[in-house]
Design a binder for this molecule. Structure first.
Ligand code: FES
Length: 220
């Protein structure tokens, strides 16, 4: 049974409209897709027909189409179109497995539990967060969290260690690191920022610092 827990899986700006993307959370394959109108969906990366990866599919308007036989799925998961049988209304039982998904703090989050009750991590106001950079670290999520918090503690500012690690910089900028447990040997870390340095230009400087952080951790 998957844990009732929200994990950041991408920077919101990384997932373009009309695209389907593969994401792994706790060894489980997710198709993260965004419709033409911008709605984000997190589905099991498996077509109900013959099991093809839906992340390889293509988005047409508000539907995700499987690359193999072209079956089309609406955001409610229901199969709406079977190209080989255009006059057939697909039975209701043909339905992709959907997972809870939220967009907040410039991040996309999923919760794989069947009936999610957990609250999203609270970073305060949702407005003003900008994408900085995603990195991947070798090792499990606990190890990655410890390493990121340890590195940020050497920066100027105050670190808060929790599900999301944050750094309050002297100029009031807040840098947040949200973790994606990929598998036992790999963890994604998605960085977003809010405040004076979270501008189009300042963001690039922060992204360079995040890359240096990754290099320090990986070379340690
Ligand atoms: S496997 Fe997806 S449509 Fe056949």
């Amino acid at each position: 049974m998957p844990p009732d827990q929200w994990n950041a899986v991408a920077l919101d700006s990384q997932i373009r409209a009309s695209s389907s993307n593969p994401v792994i959370v706790n060894d489980y394959a997710v198709a993260l897709w965004r419709s033409a109108s911008g709605q984000v969906n997190a589905w099991e990366d498996r077509c109900p027909h013959r099991g093809m990866r839906l992340s390889l599919g293509f988005v047409e308007g508000e539907q995700l189409r499987c690359i193999y036989h072209g079956w089309g799925y609406a955001p409610d998961g229901q199969c709406r179109q079977i190209p080989a049988h255009p006059d057939l209304t697909p039975p209701k039982t043909i339905c992709a497995r959907r997972h809870a998904v939220e967009r907040r703090y410039g991040l996309i989050w999923t919760n794989l539990a069947d009936d999610p009750q957990a609250a999203l991590p609270d970073l305060g106001a949702d407005e003003g967060w900008v994408a900085v950079r995603s990195i991947f670290l070798t090792g499990g999520v606990q190890e990655a969290r410890k390493a990121v918090a340890g590195d940020l503690a050497e920066w100027d500012g105050t670190v808060s260690d929790g599900d999301v690690v944050t750094l309050e910089m002297p100029d009031g900028t807040r840098l947040a690191a949200a973790f994606q447990p990929v598998d036992a040997g790999s963890t994604g870390v998605h960085f977003v920022a809010r405040g004076p340095a979270a501008t189009a230009e300042g963001r690039h400087g922060l992204a360079r610092q995040v890359v240096q952080l990754r290099n320090r951790i990986e070379n340690n």
